[in-house]
Write a protein that binds this ligand. Structure first.
Ligand SMILES: *[C@@H]1O[C@H](CO)[C@@H](O)[C@H](O)[C@H]1NC(C)=O
Ligand SMILES: *[C@@H]1O[C@H](CO)[C@@H](O)[C@H](O)[C@H]1NC(C)=O
Ligand SMILES: *[C@@H]1O[C@H](CO)[C@@H](O)[C@H](O)[C@H]1NC(C)=O
Ligand SMILES: *[C@@H]1O[C@H](CO)[C@@H](O)[C@H](O)[C@H]1NC(C)=O
Ligand SMILES: *[C@@H]1O[C@H](CO)[C@@H](O)[C@H](O)[C@H]1NC(C)=O
Length: 286
């Protein structure tokens, strides 16, 4: 019975991912799409469900956890969102690479705490470092955001000041304001010049994903549906983003509208985040 449920789930995953990003092989005219981006969705945990049974059983497990198994991966994903909100930029984007060690404990009255040894990748410069982190999922009536502490000193030495400054100057000086849809397109490709805006969308989405994460979610940004630059205010570039986020647990695609500012000294700030109603169009970009 469990296997049947897991297989149905797996089919749902594939269908929903295919709706967003068609495999490379489908691309008839590659020359029109000069680069392809790494797809940041990972499905390895779903195999764990196939092997080990339903998610919920192990949600309550305490002590040493299997680092490859869902609860450890889910908690570690939250650290990725946290690092992006703190340190992300159009030229610096963190992605969970691997979980080495994980431990969970119930903390009386306050929630469940995960202690993690993980490695994080910075995908633009392609460097990987280890971090130790702590994620607390608060317990209570009200849904509250997880609290994260992370120590990744080496990661913070990555210096992208020069790239960020160049992009900032380019879009601050430009007379016309950027407006672009579908990053990546349905072939999984992004024009090289637009990649920083996909990265920036992923960083902005991390604010939502960090805030919305619980022990029953695992979010990835699926696509920037639309990014529109607004007039620069107080030396801050301003953007209106429509993003599609994918929860790998519920298989839901959720659509958020984010108003953000960015400058190299101030970093990324989210002024407004609004969840848009479910729209079936969103599940099939174009
Ligand atoms: C990133 O670096 C690793 C080793 O340092 C290498 O194996 C891998 O191919 C690189 N990936 C990309 C996309 O350059
Ligand atoms: C980053 O590099 C720039 C030069 O590109 C330098 O001026 C700046 O001090 C460096 N920042 C840090 C934190 O190392
Ligand atoms: C200015 O913006 C337009 C529209 O986004 C873009 O096509 C053009 O390449 C930009 N120019 C520079 C110098 O960045
Ligand atoms: C974060 O989520 C909570 C509910 O989970 C919500 O009340 C709060 O407004 C959110 N924060 C932001 C900045 O949207
Ligand atoms: C993109 O977003 C901007 C700002 O919200 C909006 O004016 C524009 O119509 C949107 N474009 C598309 C194609 O949805």
């Amino acid at each position: 019975m469990r296997i049947i449920i897991a297989l149905i789930l797996l089919t749902a995953v594939n269908r929903s991912l295919n709706a967003i990003i068609r495999p490379e092989a489908d691309s008839a005219d590659k020359s029109a799409h000069p680069t392809s981006i790494p797809v940041t969705t990972d499905e390895s945990w779903i195999n764990e469900i196939l092997m080990n049974g339903a998610v919920e059983e192990d949600m309550k497990e305490t002590g040493e956890l299997n680092p490859n198994y869902y609860p450890a991966q889910m908690a570690a994903k939250v650290v990725e969102h946290y690092l992006n909100t703190r340190y992300g930029s159009p030229s610096k984007l963190f992605l969970l690479h691997d979980v080495h060690k994980a431990n969970a404990e119930d903390v009386a009255d306050s929630g469940r705490k995960y202690q993690l040894e993980i490695s994080m990748q910075e995908i633009i410069g392609n460097t990987t470092w280890t971090c130790s982190a702590e994620v607390l999922f608060p317990r209570g009536e009200q849904q509250r955001s997880p609290q994260v502490k992370a120590s990744c000193e080496e990661l913070l030495k990555i210096n992208t000041t020069a790239q960020d400054e160049a992009l900032y100057q380019q879009y601050k000086m430009n007379q016309s304001l950027l407006s672009v849809q579908h990053l990546p397109d349905s072939y999984g490709n992004i024009e090289p010049g637009m990649k920083p805006f996909w990265h920036l969308g992923a960083v902005a989405s991390s604010f939502v994903m960090l805030n919305e994460s619980t022990e029953d979610t695992k979010y990835n940004m699926a696509q920037v549906a639309n990014v529109t630059q607004m007039a620069t205010e107080n030396d801050q570039l301003k953007f209106d983003y429509d993003v599609l986020l994918h929860d790998m647990v519920s298989q839901e695609i959720i659509h958020w509208k984010l108003l953000i500012t960015w400058s190299p000294p101030e970093g990324v700030k989210v002024l407004q985040m609004t969840m848009l109603p479910r729209c079936f169009e969103c599940e099939k970009p174009h």
